[in-house]
Ligand binder design. Structure first.
Ligand SMILES: NC(=O)C1=CN([C@@H]2O[C@H](COP(=O)(O)OP(=O)(O)OC[C@H]3O[C@@H](n4cnc5c(N)ncnc54)[C@H](O)[C@@H]3O)[C@@H](O)[C@H]2O)C=CC1
Ligand SMILES: O=C([O-])CC(=O)C(=O)O
Length: 310
């Protein structure tokens, strides 16, 4: 199986590294616009193979999409990350152009690929890639929910002093401050989280999760990459191995949750065909209201893209 990762920066290189050392694909092509960067990072990952014992081939190229031909999955991470003081939405102007031009090249050489978008603002970049590729919605999806859920699970594990492995959770909505964590669907080894933590502490964890990306931007001066790169690789693995994993994934909604004009994170089944099923939870009134609020925000940013004519 062949996977292309576009953007050999922090997130792209991390994703390629995870795909290689976990032998998720046989061949990983790393593409960047900066001369030599993708070649160098791919070579570095390949030179790690005898140490960490894997045989995935990693190849880097500068803007040469012919080398990406017939990829099974393409991960798009190219674009600017935010700096302290910026929102993800502030990146739209630059990143929409980058995601558009990259998607054009990707579909030219890999017309059967599944596309996983990482670039921000995530939901609207997924829209951009869907528009440009003209692929069915099930083949163009955004990575955010796995990351946001992982942050929520990590914070809960720390608070409860339990293994993060035992925390299951669902988080929906846009990848921004309006994301919708769902405590009703959060369990710790099968036990509802609300039985283990008081409401005030849980609320504080939910708030921290919503601003989890910003917390890291403030600390590092740029955005996160280890968890985002691993999250994107986990989506690739589910597709390549046809695992039918259930993850929150950003996709264009077609009437699910009463929404048909927006790209939002919702729980889906991921397998060899991409998004194989959108799971519709029975949300209560409060959860529905939060999801609609998130939709409203993402729609506003989608309109910025529509007005820009990109
Ligand atoms: N969806 C999510 O949950 C997350 C999204 N992100 C987003 O991912 C994107 C990448 O973040 P980082 O890797 O930290 O940034 P980075 O700056 O380290 O890497 C971006 C790379 O894209 C390359 N690039 C720019 N234009 C290109 C083009 N036309 N073709 C090929 N490559 C091109 C740059 O040369 C650079 O190497 C950002 O937009 C960031 O906001 C980051 C973390 C989480
Ligand atoms: O915060 C950012 O800009 C990057 C991102 O989406 C995240 O880490 O959640």
């Amino acid at each position: 199986m062949k996977v292309t990762v576009v953007g050999a920066g922090n997130v792209g290189a991390t994703c390629a590294d995870v795909l290689a050392y976990r032998e998720i694909a046989n061949e990983v092509i790393l593409v960047d616009i900066k001369e030599g960067v993708a070649e160098g990072k791919a070579l570095d990952i390949w030179q790690k193979a005898p140490i960490n014992l894997y045989d995935t081939r990693t190849v880097g190229v500068t803007n040469d999409y012919s080398k990406t031909a017939d990829s099974d999955v393409v991960v798009i991470t190219s674009g600017l990350p935010r700096k302290p003081g910026m929102t993800r939405d502030d990146l739209i102007e630059t990143n929409a152009g980058i995601v558009k031009s990259v998607t054009e090249q990707v579909v030219k050489y890999s017309p059967e690929a599944k596309i996983v978008i990482v670039s921000n603002p995530l939901d609207v970049m997924t829209y951009q890639a869907h528009l440009t590729s003209k692929f069915p919605r099930t083949k163009v999806m955004g990575m955010a929910g796995i990351l946001d859920t992982a942050r929520y699970r990590a914070f809960l594990a720390e608070e409860l002093n339990v293994s993060p492995k035992d925390i299951q959770a669902v988080l929906m909505g846009g990848h921004g401050d309006t994301m919708v964590p769902l405590p009703r669907y959060t369990t710790v080894g099968g036990i509802p989280v609300t039985e283990l933590i008081d409401a005030e502490k849980l609320d504080a964890i939910i708030e921290r999760t919503k601003f989890g990306g910003g917390e890291l931007v403030k600390l590092m001066g740029t955005s996160a990459w280890y968890a985002p790169g691993s999250a994107a690789a986990q989506m690739v693995e589910a597709i390549i191995k046809d695992q039918k994993r259930v993850f929150p994934v950003c996709i264009k909604l077609d009437g699910e949750y009463g929404i048909d004009d927006c790209y939002l994170g919702v729980p889906v089944v991921l397998g060899k065909n991409g998004v194989e099923k959108v799971i519709e939870l029975q949300l209560n009134d409060e959860e529905k209201e939060l999801l609609l609020e998130s939709r409203k925000h993402v729609r506003e940013v989608m309109e910025v893209l529509e007005k820009s004519g990109k």
